[in-house]
Design a protein around this ligand. Structure first.
Ligand code: ACO
Length: 375
């Protein structure tokens, strides 16, 4: 009997230089650099450069790269028409459709060379926020807002979403959030993207796959569920009973647990501090109090089983306080992750092997086929 590695848990299927994760101590490096340094000292644009090219840029390299991102934000009118047609769909479905539609207008679509893959990764990174913001405007019956080249990546996204200039603090908050979501090894969506790349399909197909895989509540969908839970709980004193009902019925508390981290997810720290500060600033400390109550009183008992908060736990409260509707939360995660999916595809193309595991068959054998009229 073959040994079955269900969920491919603990299976190494390739090498990577993208990120290092030590789940036992909660350590995460992008291209060798600590996530804490990047979250505190870098910018999303710089992190995208680091991921795609493997090194931190010089000032002039960063300036050129940033200009490239800004110049590639516009999406074709035909893609806006497609978004308009699917305006009633979930924002993640619209993003998936939009990325798919962009392939029709990308001159490099079938070129899987590293140069073309990087060019496409830059375009998809730059256009992703335009897709999400345009769909959000269209579904409210509003005109999409054109990208503003004077704003950085995070600022321009907020501007296109709300049609008003964002303040610096909010822009920095979203910039950090994008950095924290940019890359994370062989997580389910990156694995999906690599499977697509391994067939020598193209980056648009791989990123479309990544978006589809990320959507699930056991992956990127958790932030949306966490905030819904906090709203349902309403007050910290209700948290214990609310969670007890879920846990006693075999349910899971969203935003806790991780396949790899058996200590605290190192990304959570940056969002915890920012969720607290933002709640206080907005005069709504209640959400942070509810989340902290869950973390410190309800789920603390699960720590010896390796269940701690993950990156999604505090993210939802930040988006909520920024006035972002809850069904956009996963899309924000996806926008941050496009560079990571691109890098995973670059690595896959670089030393490709078709990813094709086996399933142990447990069904019937050699059954006799009976004609339909005799069944
Ligand atoms: N709440 C309660 N119990 C949990 C939770 C949770 N959030 N997470 C895991 N457990 C329990 C499971 O019920 C299981 O218990 P059992 O052994 O008694 O059956 C045990 O811990 C191990 O769980 P598994 O599902 O085997 O662990 P796995 O590594 O496969 O799960 C996962 C990882 C899917 C993320 C899980 O922790 C979960 O469902 N969390 C909630 C959803 C979530 O927050 N997802 C976001 C993950 S981060 C990200 O993708 C960006």
């Amino acid at each position: 009997m073959p040994e079955i590695m269900k969920g491919l848990k603990d299976v190494y299927f390739d090498n990577t230089e993208a990120s290092f994760i030590d789940g036992d101590v909660g350590k995460l490096l992008y291209r060798g650099y600590s996530i804490h340094d990047l979250a505190e000292k870098s910018t999303f644009e710089e992190v995208v450069y680091l991921l795609l090219y493997g090194e931190l840029p010089s000032q002039s390299e960063l300036t050129d790269f940033d200009a490239k991102l800004r110049a590639n934000r516009r999406i074709p009118d035909q893609v806006i028409e497609v978004l308009n047609l699917v305006q009633n769909s979930h924002p993640m479905d619209a993003l998936r459709t939009g990325i798919s539609a962009l392939s029709a207008f990308d001159e490099d679509v079938t070129d899987n060379s590293p140069e073309a893959t990087i060019r496409k990764g830059i375009r998809l990174t730059a256009m992703g926020p335009t897709l999400v913001a345009a769909h959000h405007r269209l579904r409210q019956g509003l005109e999409p807002v054109a990208p503003n080249p004077d704003l950085n990546h995070a600022g321009n996204f907020l501007y296109m979403l709300f049609d008003e200039m964002p303040d610096e603090e909010t822009v920095k908050l979203l910039d950090v959030d994008f950095i924290l979501h940019a890359e994370h090894g062989a997580n389910a969506s990156a694995f999906g993207a690599r499977v697509a790349a391994s067939t020598l399909s193209d980056l648009h197909s791989a990123v479309t796959t990544g978006v589809g895989v990320l959507k699930g509540p056991w992956h990127g969908g958790a932030a949306e569920e966490v905030m819904r839970m906090a709203l349902d709980i309403g007050q910290p004193e209700n948290a214990e009973e609310y969670c007890r009902n879920i846990l006693d019925n075999g349910g899971r508390i969203m935003g806790f647990g991780h396949r790899v981290y058996k200590a605290e997810d190192p990304r959570a720290r940056h969002l915890r501090e920012r969720s607290k500060a933002l709640g206080e600033k907005m005069g709504q400390p209640k959400w942070f109090e509810i989340l902290t109550y869950l973390e410190e009183n309800v789920m603390s008992k699960y720590r010896d089983r390796g269940i701690f908060v993950n990156v999604d736990f505090f993210a939802g409260s930040i988006y909520y306080l920024l006035g972002i509707p809850d069904d956009l939360f996963i899309s924000i995660f996806a926008l941050g992750r496009i560079p990571g999916w691109t890098l995973q595809c670059l690595e896959q193309f670089d030393d490709n092997i078709l990813i094709r595991p086996l399933l142990e068959y447990t069904g019937g054998m050699d059954l006799e086929y009976t004609p339909i009229e005799s069944r």
